[in-house]
Design a protein around this ligand. Structure first.
Ligand code: PEP
Length: 252
């Protein structure tokens, strides 16, 4: 059994108006009030961050954002900085989600800059990586993970990365209902941990939390969480409903 505290994180993507987000957060706060021994995070849309932060304050639930821009401020219409997220009550930020890589041109290089900006602002980066279906089918899963981890963390030193969270999200499993088997996920997580060990040493490799993401639901979370290198879940669809997400939080 590792001593890494499990993290169950909900990515609400572009769902929920502010009243809807507030209502779901209120219900979740009540449902997980007695959940000790796990960290819980929800990431609503930007416009709901501040109101949801008031709901989750002094609760078991922490607040995260779904993206940031690496500059501190300036003429960058439509963007938001790490300090702005902190001022809205965020402790976490999701970086490099596959939907951002696929639809908004994010690259390992922009992800790298965003991770640096998060660390500088004391936000916990949830650094997303994962292979596409064709990359898996052509036997390139490990080389894809290798490049994403190395390029995403290039230039960082071990002292920067104490809070780092990695989310392994096979793209073919996100929002598709297809979940990686627990053995497939464990194999990838073990590989990612070995990459971190090679780059930054054993202490960080043993403490870094690696979440699995891809169609996690109340019905499959326990089996995934039983794997030695799976330290939590990044959950999309099943986090939108407070009852279903609270069941995932209570996976034990
Ligand atoms: C996600 O958005 O990171 C995700 C894993 O989505 P889903 O759980 O819906 O597959």
């Amino acid at each position: 059994m590792s001593n890494r505290t499990p993290l169950l994180a909900g990515n609400w993507k572009m769902y929920k108006t502010t009243p809807e987000a507030v209502e779901t957060a209120q219900r979740l706060v009540e449902l997980v009030a007695d959940s000790a021994g796990v960290d819980i995070m929800i990431a609503p849309v930007f416009t709901a961050l501040d109101p949801v932060s008031r709901v989750v304050r002094n609760s078991r639930v922490a607040l995260g954002a779904q993206n940031l821009y690496w500059e501190k401020e300036g003429a960058y219409t439509g963007e938001i900085s790490a300090d702005m997220l902190v001022s809205a009550g965020c402790q976490y930020v999701i970086i490099g989600h596959s939907e951002r890589r696929q639809y908004f041109g994010e690259t390992d290089e922009t992800v790298n800059k965003k991770i640096s900006a998060a660390i500088t602002a004391n936000l916990i980066p949830v650094f997303c990586i994962g292979e596409t279906e064709s990359e898996r089918e052509s036997g390139n899963t490990f080389s894809v993970l290798d490049k994403q981890v190395k390029d995403g963390l290039e230039g960082k030193v071990v002292d920067d990365l104490g809070s780092l969270v990695i989310a392994y999200e096979p793209v073919w499993a996100i929002g598709t209902g297809k979940t990686a088997t627990s053995d497939q996920a464990q194999e990838a997580h073990k590989y990612i941990r070995s990459l971190i060990e090679g780059l930054f040493g054993t202490t960080l490799a043993e403490s870094v939390r690696i979440l699995y993401g891809g169609s996690v639901k109340p019905a499959n979370v326990s089996e995934l969480m039983a794997m030695p290198d799976i330290d939590g879940a990044l959950v999309g669809g099943a986090s939108l409903d407070a009852d279903s997400f609270s069941k995932i939080v209570k996976f034990k």
